[in-house]
Design a protein around this ligand. Structure first.
Ligand code: NAP
Length: 495
């Protein structure tokens, strides 16, 4: 078995395989260590806006989180520790990217090609590439002419000292929400270019006291209750995806109050007030982003960036603002699933072409695609949620894959391929649910493929997703085609 990607999804899947007694797997990770997004994103202020007791593996709770919302270094070391706790290092090939996977019918196996050109054969592939892994660089006039440092938040260049510099921050998503307050006290001048404002909820962050941490360690049930409380709150929030819901109205009021309290200048406040429903784009959780605009050295430029000169940034108002450094907080390309991987399934079908023919990525439960047997995706199409932990979601998906692998072992199967009809029905249901959400039109967001089809988000609660993945696995006899291994072959665990 091959796992592609050593972020929280891949590490979680590897730990689950190991705990199930399956040893025949290799985890490929292009970086030199595990962590995925938490290894790539080390910008100032980087952290998680999902509380840490929920942003943890269910099978590896951490009573020792230092605060309610963990910072990047702490989350990265937690993922690294999980790798060691579960003895995963011997299974990991760090510094090895996978560029393609090709299904070979005659051997019922996948041929994987590494970025170094090596070819390897596996029965089962679990893709754990994530959605927010490929940075989005805008293509704007004059970009290459800018003479100072310009870098993306996910590729932060720490060698540039920002102290006393004039800095442009482009973008006002969740990442900018963390970078802006972290660098504002150090820089001489900060221009924050905002194409469209975002709803900002207060972030009730604080340190856990020594006593609390000791109690979490002594009484694991306390940590579980904390997790449950946060999880339940997230489930309630999920109802807010419908603009007409009471939840949407309530959270909008909370955001407006938060803005009123935190920003002094009424003009700036007006520029920071969104005109679209709460969940239209992923909201920000922050208690220190908005007050940054009260600082004398910070200016909100409520305009899109349209270009660059040698020494500055040009916004849609036509004004050039001179800066020394440009930071691109312009996000990722989540709508382009598996964009760094070429996947060729049965009868030579290319996965990306197949998805294009469907108007954008889709899969059964966001996990399996017809014609691509023994291939499972974690954090695949329509499985993103702004209200729960991605770790929770990918654990459900890894559990689905594990159940399929166990079925292969138990029944001596060489392949399991999800059927087209249940996949089409499932995706029609997902898209019907999405029609009622705030994600469709109304603002810029990163949820849709070119065709306008929303491909990233899950349109219900995460409990519903968990139940559906379990049901999907339990009824796989009806939703999949399974092929028995030839009797001559030995019924060993798939490799
Ligand atoms: P993002 O939400 O996609 O934001 C990109 C920003 O760039 C948007 O504000 C966008 O404007 C802006 N932009 C793009 N082109 C522009 C231009 N020409 N001029 C001005 N602005 C421009 O990216 P992100 O902030 O990196 O966040 C991505 C996702 O990562 C989040 O939604 C979240 O899921 C995840 N994340 C999570 C955490 C966490 O704590 N869990 C932290 C950070 C990020 P528009 O708003 O108009 O599109």
């Amino acid at each position: 078995m091959a796992i592609i990607g050593g972020g929280v999804g891949g590490v979680g899947a590897a730990a689950k395989l190991k705990a199930a007694g399956i040893e025949t797997f290799t985890l490929f990770e292009q970086s030199d260590g595990p962590g995925g997004t938490w290894r790539d994103n080390h910008y100032p202020g980087a952290g998680c806006d999902i509380p840490s007791h929920l942003y943890s593996f269910r099978f590896n709770p951490n009573p020792d989180w230092s605060r309610v919302f963990g910072g990047q270094p702490e989350i990265l070391s937690y993922v690294e520790r999980t790798v060691d706790d579960f003895g995963l290092r011997p299974h990991c090939r760090f510094g090895t990217g996978i560029s393609s996977c090709r299904w070979v019918e005659s051997s019922a196996s996948w041929t994987l090609r590494t970025t170094a050109g090596e070819e390897l054969e596996f029965d089962v592939v679990i893709s754990a590439l994530g959605q927010l892994n490929v940075p989005f660089y805008p293509d704007l006039p004059g970009m290459s002419e800018f003479s100072g440092p310009m870098f993306h938040t996910a590729r932060w260049e720490h060698e540039h000292d920002l102290r006393g510099k004039r800095v442009a921050m482009i973008g006002t998503g969740s990442t900018a929400g963390q970078v802006v307050p972290a660098i504002a006290p150090d820089v001489a001048q900060l221009y924050v270019f905002q194409r469209e404002p975002n709803w900002v909820l207060p972030k009730p962050d604080r340190e856990f006291s020594e006593r609390e941490r000791r109690r979490f360690a002594r009484l694991p049930v306390l940590a579980s209750l904390t997790r449950l409380r946060v999880f339940t709150l997230g489930e309630t929030m999920a109802w807010g995806a419908k603009p007409s819901s009471r939840v949407s109205k309530r959270v909008t009021d909370i955001c407006l109050e938060h803005l009123e309290k935190q920003v002094e200048d009424p003009e700036v406040r007006a520029a920071l007030t969104p005109s679209f429903p709460f969940f239209c784009k992923r909201p920000m959780l922050s208690s220190d982003y908005l007050p940054t605009f009260n600082r004398d050295n910070v200016e909100l430029v409520p305009r899109a960036v349209t270009g660059f000169s040698r020494s500055g940034v040009i916004a849609a108002d036509g004004i050039e603002r001179e800066v020394d450094v440009v930071i691109l907080g312009t996000g990722f390309q989540p709508w382009r699933f598996l964009s760094t991987l070429s996947v060729t399934g049965r009868e030579g079908v290319d996965l990306h072409e197949y998805w294009d023919s469907k108007g954008g990525a889709e899969a059964f439960l966001g996990i399996a695609v017809p014609g691509f047997p023994n291939f499972y995706m974690l954090y695949g199409p329509n499985t993103n949620s702004a209200t729960t932990s991605l770790i929770y979601v990918t654990e459900q998906q890894a559990a689905y894959a594990l159940r399929m692998i166990r079925r292969m072992i138990r029944e001596g199967l060489e392949s399991i391929d999800v059927k087209r009809r249940p996949t089409d029905r499932y995706n029609a249901w997902v898209q019907r649910k999405i029609r009622d959400t705030a994600w469709v039109g109304g603002c810029h967001n990163y949820y849709s493929a070119k065709s306008g089809k929303v491909v990233t988000n899950w349109p219900a609660t995460s409990v519903r997703y968990a139940l559906m993945t379990r049901l999907g696995a339990a009824t796989s006899r009806f939703t999949t085609h399974a092929v028995k291994r030839e009797p001559a072959a030995t019924a060993t665990a798939p490799s």
